[in-house]
Design a protein around this ligand. Sequence first.
Ligand SMILES: NC(=O)c1ccc[n+]([C@@H]2O[C@H](COP(=O)([O-])OP(=O)(O)OC[C@H]3O[C@@H](n4cnc5c(N)ncnc54)[C@H](OP(=O)(O)O)[C@@H]3O)[C@@H](O)[C@H]2O)c1
Length: 263
Amino acid sequence: MTPSSPPLAVVTGGNAGIGLALAHRLAALGHRLVLVARDAGRLETAAREIAGRTDVAVDTRACDLSDAAQTRALAAEIAARAPDVLVNNAGFGSYGAFATLPAEAAAGMIATNVTALTVLTAAALPAMRARGAGRILNVASTAAFAPLPLAAVYGASKAYVLSFSLALAEELAGTGVTVTALCPGPTATGFADRAGMARARLFADAPAASAEAVAARGIAAMMAGKGLEVTGLSNRLLVFATRFAPRALAARISHRVMRERLP
Ligand SMILES: NC(=O)c1ccc[n+]([C@@H]2O[C@H](COP(=O)([O-])OP(=O)(O)OC[C@H]3O[C@@H](n4cnc5c(N)ncnc54)[C@H](OP(=O)(O)O)[C@@H]3O)[C@@H](O)[C@H]2O)c1
């Protein structure tokens, strides 16, 4: 009998922040990795860092997930490589009134946060279903639970990720394939600076969680086959509270939290 090879995990956005922390966790659990992101230099650095700490094989794949053709090519490779784990983590936000958001920026965000996640999930599923085993982890956000003025498209993109993941998890119940939506709150990564969101009260007023803590919860939830993981007690309380607020009120409260912190 030949020993079976270690399980394979594909992690999008695996060269930084939460994705890199998720990749470290998966490597520590013995997974071979394919890290996907745009910046090839940071991908190589991340791969070296992970391979230096474990003896798993780490491949990198530069891909711009806002580009439909590049995403399709990656999807074909994922279908062929039949990973045991797919982590759809790549994503970005943008801060400011929707009226000031260039149309291409909104389209790029939806392509990355929504379309690519959907296309890659569709690519990974057939082999997982045929095998009767597979784990998909989709990184949403606490922003998924209420409208998010000043990051309207970002919030709506994460509401999609949450709704899609929970629906798919239900469709796949009993197949051996699980889907987990991971919903972090503010987390100390490059995200807020990249989005121009660091000056929003959401980030400026409260301490952010570490990417490592978020990743630990996310991987544990995924391995347990949980449908939903909201990380952090204050985030879980916040999500619970949104159940009782009319949506318009939730939007008004979110607006306040998203306003700029004045000096
Ligand atoms: N940090 C937070 O407060 C927070 C809270 C809730 C949810 N989240 C979610 O967590 C996920 C990870 O974010 P993070 O906080 O770790 O942010 P981050 O440090 O900015 O990392 C984002 C990752 O996504 C990749 N990425 C972005 N656009 C891409 C594209 N077009 N094609 C391919 N890869 C792309 C980036 O790599 P390249 O730039 O090299 O492409 C990077 O690896 C995101 O989905 C985010 O929405 C973050």
